[in-house]
Design a protein around this ligand. Structure first.
Ligand SMILES: [Zn+2]
Length: 466
């Protein structure tokens, strides 16, 4: 057997838990072998990280690859999506797999394995999405937990898309998840409010992009969050609210946690970067996503909730469609495929807007993009930390370089970007995945198919630590 390659990264500023300190880091094979003053240490490869931050690889537990939705399909597949992820310092992703008509949950997992088949550049996992809560589906929930996919998602809206689950069924799903040691992920928007607002606006001729936001008001999100917290209260399931855009939602989550409920929420990069003003632009369809972008005071409150922990992490909700598909709704906001391509820019944007602007500490930044997703989604201690023994998923980051982000500087498979001409502080220099250098500057060195399936197991005891 050949000896594993050793790489010594010396002189960098390492973020480990709440500690930020100058440390050398030794990689042996796929793992981190040691941290400390390793100046006397021999290694096959030596990397000078003087002046650089050494961060754990980012984890994006909210992406949609090959997602068939609103008459189109997302352009990120397991190759293009994980390529963009790698450039963005993301070394693990978790994708959603919708249960199709007549399909079992096992089928949804199998489809993702088929889609991946030798394509992924980084490690990947799956959240199955329950769309048909039949007795057969309910009986499969335990199998999903055993198959390493213990976090299952449901939608409270998109009835026409065949995704919506009724509240009564949510209770049944929650009970099964609770008993199996799983977690319920919820898209929280109240369908009844949306089904009243959207046609009313269209009938009155209000079809411009901004009416997307008006048709999905805060109250629809807040009501749905209250409803699913009530389900968590009744059933005791661990509840995770995905892509929370409403700052009132953070208050509701904070109150639920104070009550002792196991309720957690994420927000997404775009809610922290953009406001609903973007949808007033001529090309406003670029920023149509659901829940919609909200106003500036709401955004300020989201940042505050992210700092104080009522929001636990930031994900991308990457849903990358071609411009041609976005144009389906050029004259009708309700025809625009909902979603923003975002798998690549998240780490850069959050460092620049969060850390460089003094809104997030460096340890909190690492928590929200890596450590907390690892802890919550069953990837720790293997992922999300630079502690010895963990996978050597590492980003070397230059905190000082200034550059401008736009479509030309990104590697996503879409032909437009919502992140246009954004001044950025800090740049990813290189990325390691399980000890292998996969990104070096502008070059990707990863081979297709090197990404591994993440067989996840939740630790439901760690609510207090997040
Ligand atoms: Zn999503």
């Amino acid at each position: 057997m050949t000896k594993p390659t050793t790489t010594l990264i010396s002189g960098g500023t390492v973020v480990l838990g709440q500690t930020v300190s100058r440390q050398d880091l030794l990689i042996q094979g796929e793992r981190i072998a040691a941290l400390g003053d390793l100046s006397g240490c021999k290694a096959d490869v030596k990397v000078d990280a003087e002046g650089l931050l050494v961060l754990p690889g980012a984890i994006d537990p909210h992406v949609h690859f090959n997602d068939v939705f609103m008459n189109t399909i997302s352009v990120h597949d397991y190759y293009t999506g994980t390529l963009a992820a790698a450039y963005g310092g993301v070394t693990s992703i978790i994708d959603f797999s919708n249960q199709g008509p007549g399909e079992s949950l096992m089928d949804t997992l199998r489809h993702k394995r088929e889609e991946e088949d030798g394509q992924a550049l980084v490690d990947w996992g799956v959240h199955p999405v329950i769309t048909q809560p039949t007795p057969e589906t309910l009986a499969e929930i335990r199998l999903m937990v055993e198959a390493g996919a213990p976090s299952l998602k449901c939608y409270m809206t998109y009835r026409d898309e065949g995704l919506m689950v009724e509240l009564e069924d949510l209770r049944r799903i929650s009970e099964r998840l609770r008993d199996a040691g799983g977690m319920l992920l919820m898209h929280a928007e109240d369908n009844q409010i949306l089904e009243e607002k959207i046609p009313a606006l269209i009938r009155s001729g209000f079809t411009a992009p901004i009416y997307h936001a008006r048709s999905r008001p805060l109250e629809s999100e807040n009501k749905a969050i209250r409803d699913c917290i009530q389900v968590a209260r009744e059933t005791g399931v661990r509840l995770f609210i995905v892509h929370m855009a409403s700052a009132d939602g953070a208050e509701l989550v904070g109150a639920a946690r104070a009550e002792g409920l196991d309720v957690i929420a994420e927000t997404c990069t775009h809610y922290l970067l953009f406001t609903d003003q973007m949808m007033e632009r001529k090309d406003g369809i670029k920023w149509i996503c659901s829940p919609p972008l909200r106003d500036q005071p709401n955004q300020d409150r989201l940042w505050a909730a992210l700092r104080d922990g009522r929001i636990s992490m930031v994900t991308s909700d990457d849903a990358a469609y071609l411009w041609e598909a976005k144009l389906y709704g050029a004259d009708r906001f309700d025809k625009v495929p909902n979603g923003i391509p975002g798998i690549e820019p998240r780490l850069n944007l959050l460092y620049s807007e969060g850390v460089a602007k003094g809104r997030l500490s460096l340890p909190r930044f690492v928590e929200v993009i890596s450590s907390t997703p690892a802890l919550l989604f069953g990837l720790a201690p293997q992922k999300g930390s630079l502690a010895p023994g963990a996978d050597a998923d590492i980003v070397l980051f230059d905190p000082h370089t200034k550059w401008t982000m736009n479509q030309n500087t990104l590697h996503m498979a879409t032909d437009y970007s919502a992140y246009e001409d954004i001044e950025i502080t800090g740049k990813i220099k290189s990325v390691y995945s399980r000890g292998e250098l996969i990104i070096e500057g502008e070059r990707c060195l990863a081979e297709k198919g090197r990404g591994r399936y993440l067989h996840r197991q939740l630790d439901l005891s760690m609510r207090a630590s997040i």
